[in-house]
Design a protein around this ligand. Structure first.
Ligand code: SAM
Length: 176
């Protein structure tokens, strides 16, 4: 969940939060703040081309969303430079429970610090929500995001040390 999105100032950084979330193993991003159709469209296009499943939705009431998430048994990790050290925090996360990772923008309301099962610092220095999310997902998945399979992709990159090798994948019935 990305808090406090402002289309004029945050478009690029929120887009990068979504791209990192998708690439490194999250199934969705819930954006709180001003609705931004162009951001949603650009991420939908990426998912249509490179595969999913992945969705982006805007949530009008993030506090209610968090309360409902927790009442359904989900856990919440809030990324903040003031939190517990990453290596210790990971031990508190239960792999079998749904996890909502919260990243902020401007000042994060106290509600999220209190509602979090764990406040996690990716180093105790200020940097960026994009970097914090990437490192957190890498550590949390033990690096397994690297072998994540994406479904319904149109294109797939074949890793190569030089050049660009991109494979066009066959159309599925639903594309017609
Ligand atoms: N004062 C903020 C904080 O509490 O981390 C830094 C603001 S930063 C511009 C925006 C977001 O980046 C924060 O809300 C947090 O989610 C993330 N962030 C920045 N540095 C971080 C760090 N060292 N550890 C975890 N998250 C961080």
């Amino acid at each position: 969940m990305r808090l406090g999105h402002r289309p004029t100032r945050d478009k690029r950084i929120t887009t990068h939060v979504c791209l990192v979330a998708r690439a490194f193993g999250a199934s969705a991003v819930h954006i709180a703040g001003a609705r931004d159709e162009s951001l949603q469209l650009s991420i939908t296009k990426v998912t249509e081309t490179w595969g999913g499943p992945f969705s982006v939705e805007f949530i009008p009431n993030p506090i209610r969303f968090v309360k409902e998430w927790k009442s359904k048994g989900g856990q919440l990790a809030h990324l903040t430079m003031y939190g517990a050290q990453l290596r210790d925090a990971l031990n508190h996360i239960e792999q079998e429970r749904d996890l909502l990772i919260v990243v902020g923008g401007e000042k994060v309301p106290a509600f999220y610090y209190d509602a979090a099962d764990i406040n996690v610092a990716v180093g105790s220095q200020p940097h960026s929500e994009v970097a914090a999310l990437a490192l957190f997902l890498d550590r949390m998945t033990g690096g397994n995001w690297e072998s994540k399979a994406f479904t319904d992709a149109k294109l797939k990159i074949i890793p190569s040390e030089r050049g660009k090798t991109v494979k066009q994948l066959p159309f599925k019935k639903k594309d017609i």
